[in-house]
Design a protein around this ligand. Structure first.
Ligand SMILES: Nc1nc2c(ncn2[C@@H]2O[C@H](COP(=O)(O)OP(=O)(O)OP(=O)(O)O)[C@@H](O)[C@H]2O)c(=O)[nH]1
Ligand SMILES: [Mg+2]
Length: 282
């Protein structure tokens, strides 16, 4: 048995390549727009991206905010210097994002103007972990389906510049994770939200973890969704029996139950849930 057995890690070749290409493009970029998953604002921060973004201003977008706890969205927003809360599948975000970018780059724009450069195109690189919604966010901003978006990680494979208007260009990038995920609590949350290829995951373990967190932090939500008493060690079994996720011989069909619950957790079928709290500042 190797040391890494059962560890969650996913770093396919296209991510390493994307990282190199993002580094190359970085010199053309005025600002980085980093999408985080509002449900896991800390675990969805990629250390590689932090390295990449050195010296560039960063606008944090807490995306999928419609799936996260509204109150916690507000608390998280306060912890970042520049941050917007977004649902990229919802109302148009162009104005909010363009205004925010211009405000952050105000000094730079003024300097350009002073040097007689009339029109400076602002270039923003949109980065973030797989499946966080980068392509959807860009489509929302350009009001067109220019970037392919699907509900699985690893859809965007190459970099693509997209023009919003005469002032701003965005660069869509593939979601990148990092070669070795040291923090396995973060890895588990990434997996639970669907940012890691399901084929390599122990989904049952994820669901146990998920149900446990829900009954601790959001008491009542499991009961409301599945109509079962949420206490006890046999919660998964109780849910499966109540929902009739059974095999022919009347035993619990764990594969079916686990897949169904995981799907519910990833959409907002269980409710708006945030899986990480702002830590107390010491
Ligand atoms: N509810 C909700 N769903 C979203 C939001 N943004 C994106 N999605 C969904 O999340 C899934 C992934 O979106 P993509 O835009 O493909 O994500 P991506 O970050 O480009 O993914 P990769 O290219 O694989 O790295 C899609 O099913 C989107 O519809 C959001 O703000 N709220
Ligand atoms: Mg994409």
């Amino acid at each position: 048995m190797t040391e890494n057995m059962n560890k969650i890690n996913w770093y396919p070749g296209h991510m390493a390549k994307a990282r190199r290409q993002m580094e190359e493009q970085l010199k053309l970029v005025d600002i980085i727009i980093e999408l985080r998953d509002a449900r896991i604002p800390e675990a969805s921060a990629n250390p590689l991206l932090q390295e990449l973004s050195r010296n560039k201003p960063v606008l944090i977008v807490l995306n999928k905010a419609d799936l996260a706890d509204e109150e916690k969205n507000r608390l998280w927003k306060e912890t970042f210097e520049h941050c917007i809360i977004a649902d990229s599948t919802g109302a148009n975000l162009t104005k909010t994002v363009v205004n925010e970018v211009k405000e952050i780059l105000k000094d730079k724009l003024e300097r350009a103007k002073a040097r007689g450069i009339r029109k400076k195109v602002l270039r923003a690189m949109v980065v973030g972990i797989p499946n966080v919604g980068k392509s959807t966010f860009i489509n929302n901003i350009v009001k067109k389906k220019v970037a392919k978006a699907e509900n699985r990680p690893g859809v965007t494979k190459s970099l693509q510049w997209i023009r919003i208007n005469e002032d701003v260009e965005l660069l869509d990038t593939p979601g990148v994770l990092w070669p070795k995920i040291e923090d396995q609590d973060a890895a588990r949350l990434l997996a639970l939200m669907g940012s890691i290829n399901d084929d390599i995951l122990d989904k049952q373990e994820l669901v146990f973890f998920g149900l446990d967190y829900l009954r601790k932090v959001y008491p009542g939500v499991i009961e409301r969704r599945y109509g079962v008493d949420e206490s006890g060690d046999d919660l998964l079994e109780k849910i499966a029996r109540e929902k009739l996720w059974l095999s022919a011989d009347n035993n619990v069909n764990y594969v079916k139950a686990v897949d169904a619950i995981l799907k519910d957790i990833r959409s907002n079928k269980i409710g708006r849930i945030t899986w990480q709290d702002v830590r107390e500042q010491i």
